[in-house]
Write a protein that binds this ligand. Sequence first.
Ligand code: S3P
Length: 164
Amino acid sequence: MDNIYLIGFMGSGKTTIANRLGTKLQLAVQDTDKMIELFYQMKIKDIFLQYGEKTFREYERQILGEVEKHNCIVSTGGGIIETPENILELKKHQTIYLQTSWEVIMNRLKEDTGRPIWNNQDVDKQALLHKREGKYIEAASIIVNTDGKTTNQVVTEIITLIDK
Ligand code: S3P
């Protein structure tokens, strides 16, 4: 089976949903952020601190090109769609946009300290979500709204919508 990619803003539940989906469909799960940390032996936070976002996007671009191409669920970083080549790549596969409202995201991430963009006071995160929305929609073949749904409800919805 071709891979299934999960995209969406920080806090939209990509990692949790990917893991549950992987268990249900008995597919391996790959996570682009984890792969970057493993390959470059650095925390995402430190890559941003030492080299900046541009370098992180280059690493992310390279890693997306290197994920196993079959029988996997791929959880991606929230900014994967900031690189136009990544959108082209995602469009070749079943890509699910986990669409989540600003209110839900804000509530989930209010205590978060590990995400460099979320924790950057100079970035208007709500404006960033709005700016990215069209890119997520462009890259996705399936859109699932997650607001007010449990992990199981989202996973069940995805299973009914994907080509297996
Ligand atoms: C980012 C989201 C993060 C991570 C990096 C940049 C972003 O992933 O890739 O900090 O630009 O939105 P999550 O979406 O898993 O938080």
